[in-house]
Ligand binder design. Structure first.
Ligand SMILES: NC(=O)c1ccc[n+]([C@@H]2O[C@H](COP(=O)([O-])OP(=O)(O)OC[C@H]3O[C@@H](n4cnc5c(N)ncnc54)[C@H](OP(=O)(O)O)[C@@H]3O)[C@@H](O)[C@H]2O)c1
Length: 385
């Protein structure tokens, strides 16, 4: 395997740390050229000392200033422009693993620079997926999914024609509140929502998993990555999280991808595709797999899933509204300003109130994002009273 030069945007987060662990275990195969984070310079300083990047970007200006004088030999950029410049630094693969819509412009910058992109940061794909995929096509850049479900689907599709796909089964653990009634969901705390039963992840995606919005975002992500129709994507609750997703073909065959619940596996696959990294520690003991179960999602108790499906079906910039409103609602929930069930109410309100373009352009997505955030912010204020 040839040595790969990589950048990691969001290196201090859950995905970023897992990616650096893959690098550490395979030090002869990777060189880390770029790291980027928002403000966690304590961890970033340690990462710089271990992986010796030539450049880092710290979004927060003050945090960047605090780091600048203490890392000789490493350029420290800052602010939105610094993150974009970091993304555009030439590498073999840019791992996009910041959280939220803020990753959209860096992702496009990486693509325009001709960097192959491994995408964990799903929010930009939700906001403007078709636009991003077209820009990747024009730049002849591969977009490799890191999200475990999409990585699984990507693997199941190898050697198969998309025209032979009947449907995709997107598996979901069900989150920490699987089988809970709406009454029980009323008093969920942020701490409870962040405790995912099978995956260890950052705060925002953990809350999204608890509301099932994460699965809704993944429907939209799958639509653009694999060019499918909405009715071809089915969500299946699979609490054991052993099957990461399945593809059903027109001849009735179903191909599934199984593995341990460890994001290092899809990250490594995306970084080394089409080759595979030996990882004996990732071996799944299939003889220990007793009772894999499957269930239908409860869209009444978890309305975010239906809201996401509706936004996907509306198309255009509706998914950008869904995403922007959800980001605001999750932030407010984590800050204790609104309740768990208010998250769906905020998103529903934004989808009803925001008139947006029916065509997905970059400007349209950015405008929809900002209209949705303003709308969400104002309804959140009324909920706090
Ligand atoms: N975690 C998973 O297992 C998983 C699985 C599938 C998909 N994903 C997706 O991957 C993305 C990252 O998730 P995560 O769980 O790793 O999140 P996380 O643990 O919260 O980490 C987020 C990372 O992004 C950085 N960041 C946030 N805002 C930034 C900004 N404005 N500029 C630069 N860096 C910024 C953070 O830096 P600081 O540390 O300095 O704040 C941190 O490094 C999300 O879109 C998520 O949906 C995650």
């Amino acid at each position: 395997m040839t040595r790969r030069r990589i950048s990691i945007l969001g290196s201090t987060g859950s995905i970023g740390r897992n990616a650096l662990e893959v690098v550490r275990r395979n030090a002869d195969l990777f060189s880390v050229a770029v790291l980027a984070s928002h403000s966690n310079v304590t961890l970033l300083r340690e990462q710089i000392a271990t992986y010796h990047p030539e450049l880092v970007a710290v979004y927060d200006e003050k945090a960047a200033a605090a780091l600048r004088d203490s890392v000789p030999g490493c350029a420290v950029l800052s602010g939105p422009a610094g993150l974009i410049e970091a993304a555009a630094t030439p590498v073999d693969t840019a791992l996009c693993a910041v959280v939220g819509a803020v990753g959209l412009e860096p992702l496009l910058a990486a693509i325009d620079a001709g960097n192959r992109v491994a995408v964990a940061n799903k929010e930009p794909l939700v906001m403007a997926g078709d636009y991003i995929m077209e820009r990747a096509r024009l730049n002849n850049v591969a977009v490799l999914p890191v999200d475990s479900e999409h990585n699984a689907i990507f693997q199941c599709l190898q050697g198969n024609a998309l025209s032979d796909v009947d449907r995709i089964y997107l598996t979901a653990s069900g989150g920490p509140f699987y089988k809970s009634t709406p009454e029980a969901l009323r008093n969920i705390t942020p701490e409870q929502a962040m405790r995912h039963p099978t995956w260890d992840m950052g705060a925002k995606i953990s809350v999204d998993s608890a509301t099932l919005m994460n699965k809704g975002l993944e429907i939209i992500e799958a639509l653009c990555l694999f060019r499918l129709r909405s009715e071809q994507i089915e969500v299946v609750i699979h609490p054991q999280s052993v099957i990461h997703s399945m593809v059903a073909f027109t001849d009735g065959s179903i191909i599934a991808q199984l593995g341990v619940t460890d994001m290092k596996a899809p990250i490594a696959f995306a970084l080394t595709y089409p080759e595979r990294l030996p990882a004996p520690e990732m071996r799944l003991d299939v003889t220990a797999l007793a009772g894999l179960t499957f269930d239908k999602p409860d869209c009444e108790a978890f309305p975010c899933l239906a809201l996401a499906r509706a936004a996907a079906d509306a198309g255009g910039c509706a998914p950008a509204v869904l995403n922007g409103a959800n980001e605001e609602a999750v932030t407010a929930f984590c800050a204790g300003r609104i309740r768990f069930l208010d998250i769906a109410a905020v998103v529903e309100h934004a989808l009803e109130q925001c008139a947006v373009s029916t065509v997905c352009t970059l400007d349209g997505a950015l405008a929809a994002d900002s209209v949705a955030r303003a709308c969400a912010t104002s309804i959140i204020k009324t909920m706090e009273q």
